[in-house]
Write a protein of this length. Structure first.
Length: 457
C-alpha cells in the first residue's frame, strides 16, 4: 500500500506543497499554507490531481455589458449578407465548394475591395503561383488593389512573416489542405496536418485580431474534406453552391457564431467575375406571356429573403403493363412520392399508369416544405392539361390526411410576389391575410383544391 502523505494548500493561490513553510513559494504570501486533512493523498494522486494548483480564472455574469464585435464590410452586399454584416475581427471563416465554383474569385474580389478601402489584407495561395493570382486580379479589373500577395505552404513561414510586420486586418489562406506544419509528420492534406495547421492559424488570428478566411476542398458528396473538427474550430462555415452549367452561385452560411445561418447570398458568374444578384427571382423565373400547363410559381424562402422559383411538371400516360418512371430535379424524390400518394388516395387522381417528371427551373434546389401545394398544383395541371393562371403563386404544406397547413412567413412571401407583379395566390385556409394586396384563394384540404383546379363546382 502506498504511503500516505500530508499536503499543504495555499489559501491565496491554491498551490500545493509537500511540507509547511511560512511563505508560499508561488504567490509570495505569508502564513497561507494550511494542511489539507480532508483527503488522503498519495504521491501519485498529488501529482495528477487537477482540482488544485491551477491559476484562478475570471468569471463574469451573463448580464455583463459586452460590446458588439467590430465588423469589416467588404462592399459586396451579398457576401456581407451571408456573413451577417461583414468580417468580424479575430474570427475564423471556412468556405467550401466544388472546384471551379468561384471561391478564389469571390475572396480575391472581397480582399481587393477591403484593401482599396484602406484595410491591410494578406492573400496567401498554396495552390497557385503569385503571378497566376495577379493575372486573375487584372482580368477582374482589380490589379491596382494593394493586396499583399504570397505563394507559400509552410505555416511556420507564413506566421513568421506576418508576426514580424504589421498584422493584417484580413488573412486569406487558399487552401487549408495545402498548408504544412513542421511540428506534425505527414503530407499536406492529411487529417493531422489540416488540424494542426488550422489550429496555429486560428490561434494567430485570435491573438492579433485578424479576420481569417480558410478555403476548404470538398468531397464528391459536397461536404468539406478533412476532419470534422475543422468545422468545430472555426466561427463561420460558408458553403458555395451552384451548378457549373448554370451561371448562378449561392453562398450559404451553415454555421455562424456572429450571425444567423438562414441567410444566403446570390451571385452570377460573368466575364468580370462574380456579380451580385439583388433580385434572385429573376434567375429562376421563366418569362412567358401566356399560361402553360404544368408550371406553377412558388415563393420559396431563404432566411429572410423570398425567392420566386418556377416548378415544372410533366405527366406522360403509358400503355398498360409498362412500368412508370418518376424523375425529380431540384426537389426531394421521397416527398414527390408522398404528394402523388395523397393525390391518389385522398383526391381520386390516378398517376399509377403515368410517368411523372418534376423540375425546378434554373437548377435551383428547394427544401422548403411549403412547396407541397405548388408541386401538387403543377401535377394536377399537367395531368388535366388545365394551366394555372400565369399571375398566380401557390404555397402550403400538404399533410398525409390531405389537409393543407399554413407555413411560416406567409405575409413576406405574398409581399414579394405582389412586388414582382403577381396578383393571385393559392394559399391554405388557415393562412393569415396580414393585409395582403393580392387576391387570395384559400383551401382547407387538397381535395377542395383539386376541385378548384378541375372546375368541379
Amino acid at each position: 500500500m502506498a504511503k500516505l502523505q500530508k499536503r499543504y494548500v495555499c489559501q491565496q493561490c491554491g498551490s500545493v506543497a509537500s511540507k509547511w513553510a511560512g511563505q508560499c513559494g508561488d504567490c509570495g504570501e505569508w502564513n497561507t499554507l494550511v494542511e489539507d486533512a480532508g483527503t488522503n493523498v498519495t504521491p501519485f494522486a498529488a501529482k495528477h490531481n487537477l482540482q488544485s494548483g491551477g491559476r484562478p480564472i475570471l468569471m463574469s455574469g451573463l448580464d455583463s455589458d459586452i460590446p458588439l464585435p467590430d465588423r469589416m464590410a467588404t462592399g459586396i452586399a451579398e457576401l456581407d449578407r451571408a456573413l451577417g454584416g461583414g468580417f468580424v475581427e479575430g474570427s475564423a471563416i471556412l468556405i467550401g465548394g466544388d472546384p471551379g465554383i468561384g471561391k478564389s474569385t469571390l475572396l480575391l474580389q472581397a480582399a481587393a475591395k477591403l484593401a482599396l478601402a484602406g484595410k491591410s489584407v494578406a492573400y496567401v495561395s498554396g495552390e497557385e503561383a503569385a503571378d497566376q493570382v495577379r493575372l486573375r486580379a487584372r482580368r477582374l479589373g482589380l490589379g491596382n488593389a494593394p493586396v499583399q500577395l504570397a505563394a507559400a505552404t509552410s505555416v511556420r513561414d507564413i506566421l513568421t512573416t506576418l508576426g514580424g510586420a504589421a498584422t493584417p486586418d484580413l488573412l486569406v489562406i487558399d487552401s487549408i489542405q495545402t498548408m504544412h506544419s513542421d511540428l506534425i509528420e505527414g503530407a499536406p492534406g492529411t487529417v493531422s496536418q489540416v488540424r494542426a495547421s488550422a489550429q496555429e492559424l486560428i490561434r494567430f488570428a485570435k491573438e492579433h485580431g485578424t479576420a481569417l478566411v480558410l478555403v476548404g476542398h470538398v468531397t464528391k458528396d459536397g461536404t468539406i474534406a478533412g476532419p470534422r473538427v475543422l468545422e468545430h474550430m472555426v466561427d463561420t462555415v460558408l458553403a458555395f453552391e451552384g451548378e457549373r452549367s448554370h451561371q448562378y452561385r449561392i453562398l450559404r452560411a451553415t454555421k455562424n457564431r456572429f450571425g444567423g445561418t438562414d441567410e444566403i447570398g446570390v451571385f452570377a458568374m460573368a466575364t468580370e467575375g462574380l456579380t451580385e444578384i439583388a433580385n434572385p427571382s429573376s434567375l429562376f423565373l421563366t418569362s412567358r406571356d401566356e399560361s402553360v400547363t404544368g408550371t406553377v410559381v412558388f415563393p420559396a424562402l431563404e432566411g429572410t429573403r423570398p425567392v420566386l422559383v418556377e416548378i415544372q411538371a410533366l405527366v406522360v400516360r403509358l400503355a398498360s403493363g409498362a412500368t412508370p418512371r418518376r424523375a425529380v430535379v431540384g426537389w426531394d424524390s421521397g416527398r414527390l412520392a408522398m404528394i402523388l400518394a395523397v393525390l391518389e388516395a385522398r383526391c381520386g387522381l390516378s398517376f399509377s399508369t403515368s410517368e411523372v417528371y418534376l423540375n425546378i427551373a434554373g437548377g435551383y434546389r428547394v427544401q422548403d416544405p411549403a412547396a407541397d401545394m405548388a408541386v401538387a398544383a403543377a401535377l394536377i395541371s399537367a395531368l388535366s392539361e388545365r394551366p394555372v393562371a400565369s399571375d398566380s403563386v401557390a404555397f402550403g404544406e400538404v399533410a398525409l390526411s390531405g389537409e393543407i397547413r399554413p407555413v411560416a412567413h406567409g405575409a413576406l412571401r405574398l409581399r414579394e410576389s405582389a412586388k414582382l407583379g403577381f396578383g393571385r395566390a393559392l394559399v391554405p385556409a388557415a393562412q393569415p391575410n396580414d393585409g395582403a394586396t393580392m387576391k387570395l384563394s384559400s383551401f382547407a384540404s387538397l381535395s377542395s383544391f383539386v376541385d378548384h383546379m378541375l372546375g368541379r363546382g
